[in-house]
Design a protein around this ligand. Sequence first.
Ligand code: SAM
Ligand code: SF4
Ligand code: SF4
Length: 334
Amino acid sequence: MKPTDTLGRPLQALRISVTDRCNFRCTYCMPRESFGPDHAFLEREALLSFEEITRLARIFVGLGVAKLRLTGGEPLLRKELPVLVRMLTGLPDLADLALTTNGVLLPELARDLRAAGLRRLTVSLDTLRQDRFQVLSDTDLPLSRVLQGLEAARAAGFGPVKVNCVLQRGVNEDEVLDLAAFAREGGHTLRFIEFMDVGTTNGWRMDAVVPAAEVHSVLASRWPLEALPHPEGAVAREWRYQDGKGEVGLIASVTAPFCGGCDRARLSADGHLYTCLFASDGMDLKAFLRAGHDDAGLAALIAARWTRRGDRYSEQRREQTPGLPKVEMSRIGG
Ligand code: SAM
Ligand code: SF4
Ligand code: SF4
């Protein structure tokens, strides 16, 4: 039973948020005004346990999911995360497991994650300037910790690490070439992401988006680029530096949406299933799971939900849509 949605899209990827907490307060994701000391984060018992996550992951794999990504919030804040990684890498038929992190805890954890079987890492890095980093991430942790995290990943045997950079007009757009040079030298694959109107608290405005086409021309004017083939469902458009110094990706989620090939579901830390990053509500899978449904029953519920899916928010984005009710990125899993 491999469900397809109302637009013929299969279910092939699942992002699993393991916590809604974070040690950063990035202004575009968890602005401190909304995620301050009074914010009600999920209680421990509301979180899916590792056994529950693994059981659901196995069911999703049975429905056609080949790729899992652990995310959050900051996934490395979840205690004993390598234990979960080991449980997931033990799933038969899972082709790919990846993790997205802000990198700060990699010096402590990279080795254990690798030993647990993780092969793919994405680290978020929006600036190479400490003063900017402090403002953008709104944390007292230094940028050097993220850079050490990248080094720790290398030392632990992770191959090329993907580096995600969200660009904002007037904030860090002037660092495109510096970030690209950093990634080229370090052997990382940089991906520039357009600033998105996820959630309702990040003050998104269209004029703060730096279009991927603009980033492409800035990069290409310095280093000639050659387009790589674009596999169906891939989020990033990828280019190869013609001088052989690696690759760079552009994720044009706003200016060139890719809903047509979107095969991703999201499982929040409290066990809700969301079928779009911009969803306003999800299906409470944890409630079904804790009510005693067996695997076949859960699979049928997930398949039925996917079969009804018609999400294509980014293709429909209009002036009014950024203000619609939506779940926050830190909750739904970025
Ligand atoms: N804390 C981890 C991290 O920052 O890598 C994982 C979770 S974070 C929500 C996942 C990714 O979403 C990060 O690369 C982050 O930059 C990106 N992100 C968060 N808010 C965004 C927004 N409004 N627009 C575009 N990307 C965003
Ligand atoms: Fe935390 Fe990642 Fe969101 Fe930044 S982008 S606040 S690091 S979850
Ligand atoms: Fe997928 Fe929703 Fe993003 Fe479109 S807007 S690509 S459907 S997550």
